[in-house]
Write a protein of this length. Structure first.
Length: 131
């Protein structure tokens, strides 16, 4: 039961993949925190200037002030997640830059469509229950 060159190669390849995963995870967390802070600062500036309805896009919905506050923070989290995950996933791909950009654009549009669709459905069900 000694180690062969092949088994030690598999083990070292595992640690390389684990290191790459950890580096990408750290990059994601750093980007997420940075973008979350930027979106949160933007949210508080808009809130101070009373431009929340336009910022959140809820001009037509009759919502309470607390709803705007909660939704602004939720949208800041979702936007930070979308941008940071798109950036990290695009840099993980080993392709030419044009393909990375194309992949990033498709991924960005898909994530926006999915997450904002989920948020829209949740808001729709909440406001239907209130009526």
């Amino acid at each position: 039961g000694g180690t062969t060159a092949f088994s030690s190669f598999r083990i070292s390849r595992f640690f390389v993949k684990e290191r790459i995963f950890m580096e990408n995870l750290i990059l994601f967390l750093i980007l997420f925190v940075i973008f979350f802070i930027v979106f949160l600062v933007n949210y508080f500036i808009k809130r101070k200037k009373n431009k929340l309805k336009k910022f959140i896009g809820m001009e037509l919905v009759k919502a309470k002030k607390e709803d705007y506050n909660k939704l602004g923070i939720i949208l800041s989290i979702v936007n930070a997640f979308i941008i940071s995950s798109t950036g990290v996933l695009c840099t993980m791909i080993d392709m030419d830059k044009i393909w990375q950009l194309l992949y990033g654009f498709v991924l960005l549009v898909a994530l926006i469509y999915v997450f904002y669709g989920i948020i829209g459905n949740i808001l729709e069900s909440i406001y239907k229950r209130r009526k």
